[in-house]
Design a protein around this ligand. Structure first.
Ligand code: MG
Length: 169
C-alpha cells in the first residue's frame, strides 16, 4: 500500500506527463499570454510560476479528476449518454470548463480573463489537445492545461502590480 502512495502533486505531474503535457508546454502558454504586458518575462520566471500553480491542492484535484474522466471515456467505460458527450467533446457540455474554473478561481478575476482568452485562441499544446486526430480523449485536459497557464500568468500579473491593470483589459 505504502509503495503506491504518491503525493497528490507527484501523481498529478505524472499524469500530465503521461497524457503528453510537459511543464515547458504550459510555460510557453504563459509566455504567450504575457508577452504583450511583460516582454522581459523569462522562460525561467514563467516556469517557476507554473510550478507554483502545480503545488496547489485544488489544481491536483482537478488534474486527477479530469484526466480520470478522459481515460474512462477512452476506455468507453462511462455511462450513456455521458460516454458519447465526453468522447465527442460536445460543445454544450460545459462541465470541463467549470472544472477549469476551480483552478483559476484561486487567482482572482485576472485568472478568469486569461482563461477565457486562451480557451478561445488555443495556442500551442492546446491546439494539439484539441485536434481530435487520434483515439485520445482530452475533453477535460485541454481546459485544465489552459487554466493552469492562465493561473500562472495571473500570478505574474499580481507580482507586477503597476502593469496589472493593463493585463485585465
Ligand atoms: Mg474541453
Amino acid at each position: 500500500m505504502a509503495k503506491e502512495t504518491k503525493t497528490l502533486e507527484e501523481k498529478a505531474r505524472q499524469l500530465l506527463q503521461e497524457r503528453g503535457v510537459s511543464v515547458k508546454d504550459i510555460t510557453k502558454l504563459v509566455l504567450f499570454l504575457q508577452k504583450k504586458y511583460l516582454p522581459e518575462l523569462t522562460l525561467e520566471e514563467a516556469s517557476e510560476s507554473v510550478d507554483a500553480v502545480l503545488s496547489k491542492r485544488e489544481v491536483h484535484n482537478a488534474i486527477l479528476t479530469g484526466i480520470q474522466l478522459d481515460i474512462l471515456a477512452e476506455e468507453k467505460a462511462l455511462i450513456q449518454p455521458l460516454q458519447d458527450i465526453i468522447e465527442e467533446d460536445e460543445g454544450l457540455y460545459g462541465i470541463d470548463e467549470i472544472m477549469a474554473l476551480s483552478i483559476v478561481n484561486v487567482y482572482g478575476t485576472i485568472g478568469f480573463t486569461n482563461y477565457g482568452y486562451i480557451d478561445k485562441v488555443k495556442p500551442g499544446i492546446l491546439a494539439d489537445l484539441n485536434s481530435h486526430e487520434d483515439n485520445h480523449v482530452h475533453t477535460f485536459l485541454d481546459d485544465i492545461v489552459g487554466a493552469i497557464a492562465a493561473s500562472a500568468a495571473s500570478r505574474l500579473a499580481h507580482s507586477y502590480p503597476d502593469k496589472a491593470h493593463e493585463i485585465t483589459q
